[in-house]
Unconditional design. Structure first.
Length: 443
C-alpha cells in the first residue's frame, strides 16, 4: 500500500496549487477564494523511483461557525488521522497567524510526522521569508513557491526521507496470508459475507447503508490457507455522498484496502443487478492490477426460472466487459449458499495472478498467435515482434520487444492478450502487455 501524505493548512495558503504542480496535472480547482476545495482529492506521486499518495484538503478554519467551513475542517482532520505524513502549509508572505498557531497545536496533538512548508516564498530571500514560522515549534520550515516551482525538489526529497520504505516485493519476504478485500456498493452484503465466513458477528451488520465506516481486518484459515479478510465501507456515487465527511473517509479507506489486497471480491446485489457504481469499483480493482472475483449476492431471493442464472451471467458480462477474466459466483451470505466457495476462488485467482511462464514457452505461444494473425501494418511497414518475456507478476506483465511500437493497434494488443489467456489461463487477474522498441543495433 502506498503511504499517504496529507496537505493541510488554513484556507488560501496555496495547497491546491502545490498539489497540482507536484501531481503534474490540474486535478484540484484553484482560485483565490478561500474554501474552493471542499473534498479531499488524492493522486499518486512518483519521485526518485518511489511513490506515495498525496491528499489535498480544504482549508482548516479552527474557530469557524460556518457549516461548510466546519465540514471542511472535519475533512482535514480525517485526512490527518489517515495520513502517514502531514505537510502543514503556511503563507510565507502573510506571516504567522492565530489560525496557524491553532492548526499547529492540533497537529501536535495528532502525534503524526509533520513537515512545515512555507509556501509563496517567491523572492530570492526564501529562507528569510519563512524564518518567522519557527514560532510554530514544528522544526525548520521548508520555503517553497508552488507557482514558480521553487524548492519542490528539496521538499519531495524530505518527504521520501520521512516515509516508511516499501516492503520487499520478492516471494521470500511475503507473508503466506492472502489479503482479500470485500468491496462493493453499500448494503450489498459485504459484512454479512465476512461474518458468515468467520462464523461470528465480527462486523456490524445492518440494513442501513453505510454501517461499516472503515476497513476492518479479520484473520481466517480455510482449507489450510491463511487469509486476511478486509471488510470495507460501501463505495457510493459522489453525488450520493453529500456532505458526510465520514462517508468520504470510508471511500478513501476502501480504495486503500483495494491497493493493499492481493485479491478483491466484488459483491453485486442480485436484486438491483450490475450498476454503474459496480462497474466503477471493478474498474478501480482492475486499475490497481488486483485479482478479482465477482460474487452475486442475495441469490436466494431471486425467483428462479429456466435460464435465469445464465441470463444474469450474460448481463453481468455485458456490463463488465473489461473484467471478463473474473470468475463469477452466485451466493447468499445470509443463508450461506455457496459462501464457502468465495475463499477458494480468491485463492485460485491469487495463484493465477502470481503465475509465471517460462520465456521459451511464452515465445512459442506468441509465435503461434502471430502465425494465426499477422500484426498490423502502416505505410508499407509491419509490426514485428522479436521476442517476449515476463518481467513481473501480480499482475502478470509481458514485455514485447518490437521494431516500432507506433505500428501497434489496440485491437491487435487485445488479440494478443486473448491468445495469452487462451494458452495460459490467468483467470481472475488482469494482465499487462508492454510493447517496447528494441535497440536498432539489435534489430
Amino acid at each position: 500500500m502506498k503511504p499517504l501524505v496529507a496537505v493541510v493548512g488554513r484556507p488560501n495558503v496555496g495547497k491546491s496549487t502545490f498539489f497540482n504542480k507536484v501531481v503534474g496535472r490540474r486535478v484540484a480547482i484553484v482560485e483565490d477564494t478561500p474554501g474552493v476545495t471542499r473534498d479531499r482529492i488524492y493522486a499518486d506521486v512518483e519521485w526518485r523511483g518511489r511513490s506515495f499518495t498525496l491528499i489535498d484538503t480544504g482549508g482548516i478554519d479552527p474557530n469557524t461557525s460556518d457549516i461548510l467551513l466546519s465540514q471542511m475542517r472535519r475533512q482535514a482532520e480525517i485526512a490527518i488521522e489517515t495520513a502517514d505524513l502531514i505537510l502543514f502549509m503556511v503563507d510565507a508572505r502573510g506571516g504567522v497567524t492565530s489560525d496557524d498557531l491553532d492548526v499547529a497545536d492540533m497537529l501536535r496533538r495528532a502525534a503524526k510526522p509533520v513537515l512545515l512548508v512555507a509556501n509563496k516564498a517567491d523572492t530570492s530571500g526564501l529562507d528569510l521569508e519563512s524564518v518567522d514560522f519557527f514560532e510554530l515549534g514544528l522544526n525548520d520550515p521548508f520555503p517553497i513557491s508552488s507557482t514558480n516551482m521553487l524548492g519542490l525538489g528539496d521538499l519531495l526529497d524530505a518527504i521520501l526521507e520521512r516515509l516508511p520504505n516499501a516492503a520487499p516485493a520478492d516471494d521470500e519476504q511475503r507473508d503466506d496470508r492472502i489479503q482479500v478485500a470485500i468491496v462493493g456498493k453499500p448494503n450489498a452484503g459485504k459484512s454479512s459475507l465476512v461474518n458468515r465466513l468467520l462464523s461470528s458477528d465480527r462486523v456490524m451488520v445492518s440494513d442501513v447503508p453505510g454501517t461499516t465506516r472503515d476497513a476492518i481486518d479479520s484473520e481466517l484459515t480455510a482449507d489450510g490457507q491463511r487469509f486476511t479478510l478486509i471488510d470495507t465501507a460501501g463505495i457510493r456515487r459522489k453525488r450520493a455522498i453529500g456532505d458526510d465527511s465520514l462517508e468520504r473517509y470510508s471511500v478513501l479507506r476502501a480504495i486503500a484496502a483495494i491497493r493493499r489486497c492481493d485479491a478483491a471480491v466484488l459483491m453485486i446485489d442480485a436484486g438491483s443487478g450490475v450498476t454503474d457504481q459496480d462497474a466503477k469499483i471493478a474498474g478501480l480493482v482492475d486499475d490497481e492490477g488486483r485479482a478479482l472475483v465477482l460474487a452475486v449476492n442475495k441469490w436466494d431471493v431471486i425467483e428462479k426460472e429456466t435460464g435465469t442464472l445464465e441470463a444474469f451471467r450474460r448481463k453481468v458480462r455485458d456490463e463488465l466487459k473489461f473484467a471478463a477474466y473474473a470468475p463469477m459466483l452466485f451466493i447468499s451470505a445470509k443463508t450461506g449458499q455457496r459462501a464457502s466457495s468465495v475463499m477458494q476462488s480468491a485463492r485460485d485467482v491469487y495463484q493465477q495472478a502470481h503465475k509465471r511462464v517460462s520465456t521459451g514457452v511464452l515465445n512459442e505461444a506468441v509465435n503461434d498467435a502471430v502465425a494465426a494473425m499477422q500484426p498490423p501494418a502502416s505505410s508499407g511497414r509491419r509490426l514485428r515482434i522479436y521476442y517476449t518475456t515476463q518481467p513481473s507478476v501480480a499482475p502478470p506483465t509481458f514485455l514485447f520487444f518490437v521494431n516500432d511500437s507506433t505500428l501497434l493497434h489496440f485491437s491487435y494488443q487485445r488479440y494478443m492478450e486473448n491468445q495469452l489467456r487462451k494458452a495460459f489461463g490467468f483467470e481472475g487477474t488482469p494482465i499487462r502487455l508492454i510493447f517496447r522498441n528494441r535497440a536498432r543495433q539489435e534489430q
